[in-house]
Design a protein around this ligand. Structure first.
Ligand code: XMP
Length: 509
């Protein structure tokens, strides 16, 4: 399989670069700038992309790389910091720009360059830089400019090295996708073999070989990743796979039954469902502190899970739905690391497996979803919105009780049903109901009521690090509110959360 290396110099868009390359059907992997050149040589890349980064190349503590990389004979594309680094490595002049550029800027391309095939001479690009290339290195010619950047793109066609000061990976760059396409297909001469059908066939074959005739155990959460991992493993080894699904009673309405039905009817595997809602309720009795609730739910979840595993008579391999962003080693300096969630589960000392199997460790989330669809996993699971591990436990403020779970499940179901019927759900990254520990006065018929308040939370976001409250049209909110107060007992008031993140978080806790 052909591969592109995304050499990480600490920029914020590195995963996005790899995803954009993969969107063009070429596999891309990210390695930190500390990777030895021998490893890069051995891996046989079709091309290398130097990422952006927050540093200045002339600061010697910044990430650098040996100049030998420019002579490997492998095409290179430098982006932003990566562009300046190429200039600096070739003894060009990089300095603080008289005018920094940030945001959408008009770019003029030299249409003769292969990198700019099928793009307009003038287009909008996304810039974010305070340094610039004052003089390109020897052997390079300028192939693009902006008003404030005399060398916004350069090339050395003899060595197949190209560099752009802007970010083609960001959708604000009008022809960014075409520029990456040109690099991959015109310059690196890729064929485009990264398609999900191939991935499934290759992975199934690899899993068969790796697992042989042994058993494999997977913890199924009902989330996208573990569901797709289960689908792949089932296709590879069928009944040798045992999926353990711990239902702590804190999932959305009917979700536990749906997961069980899906996996027992669609896939060949052993499915073990452990219903332990009562245990969780007893442990959570009287607990109101959100952190304590999280801790209890997390601890009990793993106690139940590992006890079930200890009951299995043969363990074999332990499978996990770890995906690519969980596995990438960051190229940033320690201080700058924005931590990716390390979702690998630690196994207890007394539980010994033959090894760990991670069938999704090369995939981004959108690719996991594509694989899930191809495996025939229902779209409710494949396109499931994020759902916190502690489940409704973080959406019931104060003590968690069976009654509150039921009220929240019903209200949340009405919200989801309405959003699915009116189609508005496709505009939202996440939406759900929250049950705050609040009762208010209301009136129903001639009677005064004193009952629960429900809050609706709905956000739009790309990455969940920041989020906007969703501007759902009033008539939709009115219908949802009406239905919730009419259809769900013990709710007499509905409010809508209009807080962005920051300062709010998505969950209320
Ligand atoms: P916050 O509330 O931190 O949430 O703004 C950001 C995103 O993370 C989800 N979330 C969790 N996901 N385990 C998870 O797998 C958790 O404990 C957890 N807590 C929050 C939240 O739903 C949102 O999508």
């Amino acid at each position: 399989m052909e591969k592109i290396l995304v050499l990480d110099f600490g920029g914020q868009y590195n995963q996005l670069i790899a995803r954009r390359v993969r969107d063009h059907r070429v596999y891309a992997e990210i390695l930190p700038y500390t990777t030895p050149i021998e490893t890069i040589k051995d891996n046989g890349y079709k091309g290398i992309i130097f990422t952006g980064g927050p540093n200045s190349v002339f600061d010697m503590s910044s990430p650098h790389y040996t100049k030998d990389i420019l002579n490997l004979g492998v095409p290179i594309l430098g982006i932003c910091y990566g562009c300046q680094l190429i200039a600096w490595m070739g003894d060009g002049e990089v300095k603080t720009a008289p005018v920094s550029e940030y945001g959408k800027i008009e770019f003029t391309a030299d249409k003769k360059s292969k990198l700019f095939n099928n793009i307009d001479e003038k287009s909008i690009v996304w810039m974010s830089h305070t340094d610039y290339i004052a003089t390109p290195p020897q052997g390079f010619e300028i192939i693009g400019t902006t008003d404030d950047c005399p060398c916004a793109a350069m090339q050395n066609t003899t060595k197949s090295i190209y560099a752009v000061q802007f970010h083609p990976e960001v959708t604000h760059s009008q022809f960014g996708s075409q520029i990456l396409y040109n690099f991959l297909y015109e310059i690196c001469e890729c064929a485009g073999d990264w398609v999900m059908d191939n991935f499934i066939d290759n992975t199934v074959a690899k899993l068969k070989e790796e697992i042989g005739n042994k058993k494999v155990i997977l913890g199924l959460s009902g989330g996208v990743d573990s569901s797709v991992a289960a689908g792949l493993l089932s296709r590879a080894v069928g009944k040798q796979l045992t999926c353990v699904f711990v239902d702590q009673g804190l999932m959305r309405k009917d979700e536990g039954d749906f997961v069980e039905k899906t996996f027992t009817s669609l896939f060949d595997m052993n499915f073990v469902r452990v219903n332990c809602g009562d245990l969780f309720l007893s442990k959570l009795k009287g607990v109101i502190d959100p952190e304590e609730k999280r801790k209890i739910i997390g601890t009990e979840f793993f106690n139940v899970f590992w006890n079930e595993i200890r009951n299995q008579n043969e363990l074999g391999y332990f499978a996990q739905g770890t995906i690519y962003p969980d596995c990438i080693e960051s190229g940033k300096g320690d201080a700058d690391v924005i931590k990716t969630h390390h979702n690998r589960v630690k196994t207890p000392d007394d539980v010994e497996f033959l090894g760990i199997v991670e069938p999704l460790c090369d995939l981004f989330k959108d690719e996991v979803r594509k694989v899930g669809e191809k495996l025939g996993i229902p779209k409710e699971l494949v396109w499931r919105q994020p759902f916190p591990g502690p489940g409704l436990g973080v959406r019931i403020i104060g003590e968690v009780t069976a009654d509150k779970i039921k009220i929240l499940q019903e209200a949340d179901w009405v919200l989801r049903d309405e959003m699915s019927k009116n189609g508005y759900e496709k505009n939202l990254a996440q939406f759900f109901c929250v049950l705050p520990d609040v009762k208010t006065v209301g009136v129903m018929g001639d009677h005064r009521t004193y009952d629960h308040l429900i809050a609706i939370r709905a956000v739009t976001t790309d990455d969940f690090m920041t989020a906007d409250w969703a501007k759902i049209p009033y008539d939709i909110l009115a219908k949802v509110s009406n239905r919730i107060t009419n259809e769900v007992e013990h709710i007499n008031r509905v409010v809508y959360d209009i807080t962005s993140k920051p300062p709010g978080t998505v969950e209320w806790e």
